[in-house]
Design a protein around this ligand. Structure first.
Ligand code: SF4
Length: 322
């Protein structure tokens, strides 16, 4: 039986909106609103949705770059939701993040080897001499060369920089990596190289991934199970095959209708949603998708649907299935 590595229980992240000289709170941006899911050890859990749906904020709460406003995040059964920076130290080694733009987080004046050695120095691991060897080894593991140690960030291509981002996440041998749009800024040919590298590293280092992306094709390539988010809510969770063959939520159905199919003989009806995504500051009452849903009913405008297991391991938050 699969073992849960991470559990996210009814987590919320509300950002306060302040105004005026006294910075009075005038509202909240409900970036993530009551989201629950779990991740099994060794799997890749994809989180997909449009920009502003709360997927990156969810990732940042799991890595504790953000503290949840409410709810609980359990990592190997330990509640990490509200730990102090000092208490988090142990977990920081075990949960790492890969960002969309690794260049933004690399100090341009430092050589790559020195940057990659930093986690070892912070956590006081290995002697100075050993560190260099470990970093050179790591560079080779991610498909770079040991002599790249002395180069500066600007000397690398986009794909190479993402390999450096992955190497940095790997330095402390984490158990969980949260990858936030790791290939979105790369050409399609480079994207598949990075995805294949991530898959190989997952096997070699027994990693568990949370893979966040707006791109359904990319998420499909790498994920075992997928969660779909819309306006701060998790609206559907299923195993990859089930989600792509039998999407239940009208929002997932519309997203998938836009993905091109490889077989030109297969005709797909495109579901085009009306209107824009509403603001997370003032989300619609009831089902947050009701203002755009082609199947909206009277009940949807009043009652919030909860995520329920409709079929084995296939969860959906929609009144059509309750
Ligand atoms: Fe559409 Fe209603 Fe289902 Fe929301 S609950 S997705 S509005 S049918």
């Amino acid at each position: 039986m699969a073992e849960k590595l991470l559990e996210v229980n009814q987590v919320k992240k509300y950002f306060t909106i302040q105004s005026g000289f006294l910075q009075r709170t005038i509202g909240f941006n409900k970036a993530v609103d009551n989201v629950s899911f779990y991740i099994n050890r060794g799997e890749t859990f994809g989180i997909v949705g449009e920009s502003g749906c709360g997927k990156s904020t969810t990732g940042k709460m799991i890595t504790r770059l953000y503290e949840p406003t409410e709810g609980q995040i359990l990592f190997e059964g330990n509640d990490i939701s509200h730990l102090s920076q000092k208490e988090l130290r142990k977990f920081r080694r075990e949960i790492q993040m890969v960002f969309q733009d690794p260049y933004a987080s690399l100090n341009p004046r430092k050589r790559i080897g020195i940057l990659l050695e930093e986690p070892y120095k912070i956590h006081n691991i290995y002697s100075e001499k050993e560190r260099r060897g470990k970093v050179e080894e790591l560079l080779e593991i991610v498909g770079l060369n040991a002599d790249h140690y002395d180069r500066y960030p600007h000397e690398f291509s986009g794909g190479q920089r993402q390999r450096i981002g992955i190497a940095r996440a790997l330095t402390l041998r984490p158990k969980l990596i949260v990858a936030d749009e790791p290939v979105s800024a790369l050409d399609v040919s480079i994207q598949s190289q990075i995805l294949n590298l991530m898959k190989k590293l997952q096997k070699d280092f027994h990693l568990t991934y949370i893979f966040i992306s707006h791109d359904l094709s990319v998420v499909k390539h790498i994920s075992d199970r997928i969660g779909v988010m819309y306006l701060g809510k998790m609206v559907e969770i299923a195993e990859k095959k089930d989600l792509y063959q039998d999407p239940l939520h009208p929002y997932t159905q519309s997203l998938l209708s836009a993905v091109p199919v490889p077989n030109p003989k297969v005709k797909k009806e495109r579901i085009i949603l009306q209107g824009d995504v509403p603001s997370a500051v003032n989300p619609p009452k009831g089902c947050v998708f009701h203002t755009r849903c082609p199947k909206v009913m009277a009940q949807c405008k009043q009652e919030v649907p909860t995520l329920q297991e409709y079929k084995p391991k296939h969860y959906v938050a929609c009144h059509l299935y309750s």
